[in-house]
Write a protein that binds this ligand. Structure first.
Ligand code: PMT
Length: 217
């Protein structure tokens, strides 16, 4: 129906900042709270979708949202791949760490004068999904940038074979990471960029899910 346009559709949403373990009690991560991804999951649910939220965030979710908790990028990738085959759309709102410690210490590391860590590259989940996706699957990614927002976002749209990139300026304190509001620009191949001015992440989600409803196969 018109009010539940996503009824019967399975939508995966990722959220939060992945944690990459250094030792049993330490990790590296980033400032993502999960607010953006969780708001998108709720909005997709309101339109009738079967939502699977794959979240590295500590935020609570309403009972009606199916949530799979994950910690690292590798775990997130495995979970996304497991759920991808019968998904109609994926929204990658998670801030996936690009690197993880090359080795994970089994015991809590002892204090020394200096510490050097070395890192290995993590899998790029969005890129793999872009390679795997069937023509009926819609792939939405974010581009979190502190400079040349639109240029880098356009590059991600093409390099990662996404259908929509949500360009997110993360260089300002009142939007982006770990706050309630955001301002984004939607970039797709079909139309000119559309900027959604500063507003709550719930209101941003309404616009993003409207785009998805219009562009669902
Ligand atoms: O969680 P909040 O506090 O609400 O903050 C929201 C947000 C700023 C985290 C969110 O709006 C956002 O921009 N998420 C994407 C963050 C990010 O990792 O962007 P990126 O430009 O580094 O990555 C581009 C895309 O590839 C993203 O869709 C990302 O999920 C995906 N990616 C990135 C790296 C990687 N190894 N695998 C990926 O799949």
């Amino acid at each position: 129906s018109e009010s539940l346009p996503l009824k019967g559709r399975k939508i995966l949403v990722t959220a939060g900042g992945t944690k990459e373990r250094i030792d049993p009690v330490r990790y590296i991560s980033n400032d993502s709270s999960g607010k953006m991804g969780h708001a998108l999951a709720v909005e997709a649910w309101k339109r009738g979708a079967d939502v699977v939220l794959i979240s590295a965030s500590q935020l609570d979710t309403p009972d009606y949202i199916t949530r799979i908790p994950v910690e690292s990028a590798e775990e997130m990738q495995k979970t996304v791949f497991d759920e991808f085959d019968d998904a109609d759309a994926v929204i990658m709102a998670a801030a996936v760490s690009d690197y993880a410690p090359a080795t994970v210490e089994k015991q809590k590391m002892k204090k020394k004068d200096t510490l050097t860590l070395s890192f290995k590259k993590n899998p790029d989940i969005l890129r793999s999904l872009g390679e795997m996706k069937k023509t009926n699957q819609v792939l939405i990614g974010f581009a979190a940038e502190t400079e040349d927002l639109i240029q880098y976002a356009e590059k991600k749209l093409n390099d990662k074979n996404a259908d929509l990139i949500i360009a997110n300026d993360v260089g300002k304190k009142d939007r982006g990471f770990n706050v309630d509001e955001n301002e984004v620009t939607l970039l797709s191949r079909q139309s000119e960029p559309v900027t959604i001015s500063l507003r709550s992440k719930s209101e941003i989600s309404v616009e993003v899910i409207d785009w998805l409803v219009k562009n669902m196969n």
